[in-house]
Each structure stands twice: as structure tokens, then as C-alpha cells.
Write a protein of this length. Structure first.
Length: 103
């Protein structure tokens, strides 16, 4: 593979990654009313869920920059993906037991 093709592949991969991150963040306002109803959240609790993703940008900007200075862009992107996946797993509601037939 030539250098130009490798660079094009890397740019396409990073562009699609940022598109997917933006798409996931833009799903928040759509999904929060449904989560509010399903988990019986108050208005303050649902607002905290919405603002938590943007507060993270404010709180983690400098530590993320220091991390990327030490480990590079690839390490920063991998850490971002891991943190994003961890946040998604933490925000899933607990499973309820299946109803029994005779209860």
C-alpha cells in the first residue's frame, strides 16, 4: 500500500470516528425523554444525564491534552473510545427479572 493510500485510509477512519462520536452525542436529547419515562427520573436527574456528557469535555480537556502529549494521538483516540464505551455501559439501566407466568 502506498503512503498516499495509507494516509487516505487514516483520514477516513478518523473522520468516521468523529462522525460516530457526534452521532452518539446527538442521540442524547432524543433518548432522554424515553429514559426519563422508563426509569422514572425527575427533571433534575434527566438534565444531569444530558449535561454530563458536555461537562466531561470541560473537565477532561487539559488531562486529555497531557495524555496525548505523552502517548500521542493514537493513544488519545483509544483512551477516548474506551472511556466512551465505559460510560455507555455505566448508563445502561439494570435488567429487571422476567415476570413469571403465575405471579
Amino acid at each position: 500500500m502506498t503512503t498516499a493510500r495509507k494516509n487516505l485510509f487514516a483520514v477516513a477512519l478518523i473522520t468516521s470516528l468523529f462522525f460516530l462520536w457526534g452521532f452518539a452525542l446527538n442521540l442524547n436529547p432524543i433518548l432522554i425523554p424515553h429514559l426519563k419515562k422508563a426509569c422514572q427520573l425527575t427533571d433534575a436527574q434527566s438534565a444531569l444525564i444530558d449535561s454530563a456528557s458536555y461537562i466531561a469535555y470541560f473537565l477532561l480537556a487539559i488531562p486529555a491534552g497531557q495524555f496525548m502529549k505523552r502517548f500521542g494521538y493514537k493513544g488519545g483516540i483509544l483512551l477516548g473510545l474506551l472511556l466512551f464505551a465505559g460510560g455507555l455501559f455505566c448508563s445502561t439501566p439494570p435488567r429487571r427479572p422476567a415476570p413469571t407466568r403465575f405471579s
